[in-house]
Design a protein around this ligand. Structure first.
Ligand SMILES: *Cc1c(COP(=O)(O)O)cnc(C)c1O
Length: 235
């Protein structure tokens, strides 16, 4: 078995153990394989091992991979999530190629994605990114701003508001990880009362997936634990 296949198996069992330890069903948690900077051969191995949902951070790189795999036998079964910071001038490529965008954090981006989503594609699945704890980061809105943006997104016909996403500041203490994720869980439950179609809480990465799952995450975004460390020196 290849390393990627083995890693995927290990990650799936970590997810299952984390879910079971808080009385959740493992199937409630989708595994998004974060493949940024990784070559198509690495993704092909993951696909071979049954992985179908992939997350990409860089628009151009993501579109190239989507186009590569759309010509492959498994292409139609793959689901592509854009999870990187999104600039206005790149929104069209996201609208035209991806199934999901996790990083909507302002009205202007939402409006552009809505306007640019092609009519022959299903509405783009959108998550609103919350800046829950990272003062260094300029991405994401505060919880105070959520109600207004959620209302606007939910009214856009070419977008479907599916929920919330967060990238907390790095934190090694599991108890502190859970506190931060707990605030996201509260916000998500409130959102669902107004928008029943919001079924996705995207949180948890390689180092904090268990804490995220215990706080109700329905989608973990895992890169390193599947594909190994990333090498940015070529970029
Ligand atoms: C890179 C990245 C991940 C994956 O992080 P790992 O620690 O490698 O699992 C998840 N989410 C986002 C938004 C990322 O940019």
């Amino acid at each position: 078995m290849s390393t990627i296949q083995q890693n995927l198996q290990d990650v799936r069992s970590r997810i299952a153990r984390a879910a079971e330890s808080c009385a959740r069903a493992p199937e409630e948690v989708t595994l998004l394989a974060v493949s940024k900077t990784k070559p198509v051969a690495a993704l092909a191995e993951a696909i071979e091992a049954g992985q179908r949902a992939f997350g990409e951070n860089y628009v151009q790189e993501g579109v190239e991979k989507i186009q590569h795999f759309s010509a492959q036998p498994q292409g139609a079964a793959l689901e592509w999530h854009f999870i990187g910071p999104l600039q206005s001038n790149k929104s069209r490529l996201v609208a035209e190629h991806f199934a999901w965008c996790h990083t909507v954090d302002r009205l202007k981006i939402a409006q552009r994605l809505n306007d640019q989503r092609p009519a022959d594609m299903p509405p783009l699945n959108v998550l609103i990114q919350i800046n829950i704890s990272d003062e260094q980061s300029k991405s994401g809105i505060s919880l105070d701003e959520l109600e207004m943006l959620a209302q606007a997104v939910a009214a856009m016909p070419r977008l479907t508001l599916r929920g919330l996403m967060a990238i907390p500041a790095p934190e090694t203490d599991p108890q502190r990880q859970r506190e931060v994720f707990g605030r996201m869980q509260q916000a998500f439950l409130q959102l669902q009362q107004h928008y029943p179609q919001a079924d996705t809480l995207s949180m948890g990465m390689t180092d904090d997936m268990s804490a995220a799952i215990s706080a109700g995450s329905t989608l973990v975004r895992i890169g390193t634990a599947i594909f190994g460390a990333r090498d940015y020196s070529q970029a």
